[in-house]
Design a binder for this molecule. Structure first.
Ligand SMILES: NC(=O)c1ccc[n+]([C@@H]2O[C@H](COP(=O)([O-])OP(=O)(O)OC[C@H]3O[C@@H](n4cnc5c(N)ncnc54)[C@H](O)[C@@H]3O)[C@@H](O)[C@H]2O)c1
Length: 345
């Protein structure tokens, strides 16, 4: 681990919408070693909101002008998906460490260009895979590492809600426009689910998927199902949607010695004992945590600044961002062709 510094980091934001206002800006504001310097967003309404909520920051309409005029150590890229790569590369070339929102990019070519830019600039590039920082998924990771479930053989991740409705996203249309978002529920929520599955179970060998538009009158998928085969032979299923009340939201992991149910609404549970379902007398349920979503956005920015400062390891790096994107794009290809897609990795 590198030695931590006493530096104050000058921070800028590209895209000052919901995730910037709900996670990045408040997260930076809490930190003593950060100065919030400026933000760029073409929309006037964002300027009024940021001036009120985070007074003292300079506002720009265009991130290129902002990067040319101001000096930053750190940039958060919080634009719609289409601009993640361009804005990240511009910020890296301006000498900044970059936290880029998910999905890292819309194509693997863009992801590779971002990785090259980070290597060339010798700067850190993190992707905002928030769920990894929640208490429940972290406990799952630890129990898998400690082999507490015996041999793990399957994982299911389900994330669903009503979609990027007004009241959350400042510009919901940017999520529904295929030219801006490059995908629907699968790229938006599925990318988090895919990242969790890869983080917990390792690389994926093949994908079969259906990404469809079932309810909303939009040009991108509002529901998707993925069947994953991991390189280690185990199985995964992912279910995401923009059309339901949340219902079960979270992660289930099944191993020969135990089942872990990480229900984001209800808690983290371990099912063990000696018998199978139906034989209640010898099946044991244990509540491990009543608040499995603790952490996440609340801790993401402090964790990121610790990484920049050399106090924490960068794990949600461009390799993780690219790997999740590769699976999501393979899932779209499978949905289109109706066939299983085998990955190179
Ligand atoms: N990690 C998470 O849990 C999480 C949650 C929500 C959103 N996100 C991601 O964050 C990104 C933004 O989502 P959001 O919900 O904040 O959307 P939003 O519509 O609320 O905000 C996007 C903002 O970007 C601005 N913008 C558009 N083009 C720009 C450009 N070229 N330069 C600067 N600003 C530009 C828009 O004017 C808008 O204010 C998306 O990629 C989304 O997938 C991540």
């Amino acid at each position: 681990m590198t030695k931590a510094s006493k530096k104050t980091y000058r921070v800028g934001i590209i895209g000052a919408g919901a995730i910037a206002q709900g996670c990045h800006l408040p997260g930076y504001k809490k930190l003593d070693n950060v100065e919030l310097v400026a933000y760029a967003d073409p929309n006037e309404e964002r300027h009024a909101e940021v001036e009120e909520l985070f007074p003292g920051m300079k506002g720009y309409k265009n991130y290129k002008s902002m990067l040319a005029k101001e000096k930053f150590d750190v940039i958060s890229v919080c634009t719609p998906n289409r601009d993640h790569a361009k804005a990240t590369i511009a910020a890296l070339e301006a000498g900044c460490h970059v936290l880029c929102e998910k999905p890292m990019a819309t194509t693997l070519k863009e992801a590779d260009a971002m990785a090259e830019a980070a290597k060339k600039a010798r700067k850190k590039l993190m992707v905002g895979f928030t769920h990894r920082l929640m208490a429940g998924p972290q406990a799952c990771k630890e129990m898998l590492q400690n082999k507490q479930l015996g041999k793990p053989f399957s994982i299911r991740v389900r994330f669903a809600h009503g979609g990027p409705y007004p009241g959350w996203a400042k510009d919901p249309e940017s999520f529904y426009n295929p030219k801006i978002a490059a995908g629907g529920a699968m790229l938006d929520m599925g990318i988090h689910a895919i990242d969790l599955a890869l983080w917990l179970f390792g690389p994926v060998k093949s994908v079969m998927a259906r990404a469809v538009t079932l309810v909303k009158k939009i040009k991108v998928d509002d529901n998707a199902l993925l069947l994953l085969q991991f390189a280690n032979g185990s199985l995964g299923s992912i279910e995401v949607g923009w059309t339901s009340k949340p219902g079960f939201t979270g992660v289930e992991i099944y191993g020969t010695e135990g089942s872990l149910i990480c229900d984001y609404m209800k808690g983290l549970f371990l099912c063990g004992g000696k018998a199978s379902a139906g034989q209640d007398s010898v099946t044991e349920w244990k509540t491990l945590d009543k608040a499995p979503t603790k952490g996440g956005w609340e801790t993401e920015i402090a964790h990121w600044i610790d990484i920049v400062d050399g106090k924490a390891k960068l794990e949600m790096n461009w390799k993780a961002g690219r790997a999740a994107l590769e699976v999501a794009l393979a899932a779209y290809a499978s949905s289109k062709s109706g066939k299983e897609v085998v990955l190179d990795t």
